[in-house]
Design a protein around this ligand. Structure first.
Ligand code: E4P
Length: 215
């Protein structure tokens, strides 16, 4: 399973990249709004740091606007993936970009048929939002499992990118379900390597050693 970081914060992206196992980045308009910086400028900075896929979302909601903005974003760097919503216009733009050879990430996916349609339109990535489904008493992981099965049934190459990941157990379940990618906030990436028994065990190893070999 590939690991993307879900943020537009450059310090977090650099820190995650320094781990040596980061595969890509996802951004969205809310994440950019938090940074209070021009979207294009921040994308260029991110692409300097990370060479894997960097998802850049369009703000327009109509087909022509999505195509215009998507083309602008795609010019920023060769690793930009144009992020489009799972709507009628988003689907049409996905097909048009696929025909042009531009990679897309179809976001805000909440049901299996959205995933099936965007795969038919040639999406590179589909982003089911698991945390937001859990928030409304639905089962986000169930959606990942079903999309995985449909894609495998028909051999769709579209990658399943688990989005809206909230905690390490989501990551475990995503890996077991065969998600291709998980995009994760920085605080959750940090939690993935944490276990109190690791800390306690390490403390004891060092203390035992120092007791036996003082100085
Ligand atoms: C995906 O690409 C989105 O940016 C993201 O995962 C949304 O997560 P949230 O539900 O925590 O806002």
């Amino acid at each position: 399973m590939d690991l993307y970081i879900d943020t537009a914060n450059l310090d977090e992206i650099k820190a995650a990249n320094d781990l040596g196992i980061l595969d890509g980045v996802t951004t969205n308009p809310s994440l950019i709004a938090k940074e209070k910086i021009d979207y294009g400028k921040r994308l260029a900075q991110i692409c300097e740091v990370v060479k894997g896929p960097v998802s850049a979302e369009v703000i327009a909601t109509d087909f022509d606007g999505m195509m215009r903005e998507g083309r602008e974003r795609a010019k920023i760097a060769p690793n930009i993936v144009v992020k489009l919503p799972c709507t009628i216009d988003g689907l049409k733009a996905c097909k048009a970009f696929s025909d042009e050879g531009v990679k897309t990430n179809l976001t805000l996916c909440f049901q299996v048929m959205q995933a099936w349609m965007v795969a038919k339109a040639g999406a590179f990535l589909v982003s089911p939002f698991i945390g937001r489904l859990d928030d409304v008493s639905e089962d986000g992981m169930d959606l990942i499992q079903k999309i995985r099965q449909v894609y495998d049934n028909y051999g769709f190459p579209t990658k399943v990118l688990a989005a809206s990941v909230r905690h390490p157990n989501h990551m475990v379940q995503c890996a077991l379900a065969g998600a291709d990618v998980a995009t994760v906030p920085f605080n959750v990436i940090q939690q993935l390597l944490k276990h109190p028994l690791t800390d306690a065990g390490l403390e004891k190893f060092i203390a035992d050693y120092k007791k036996a070999f003082p100085g």
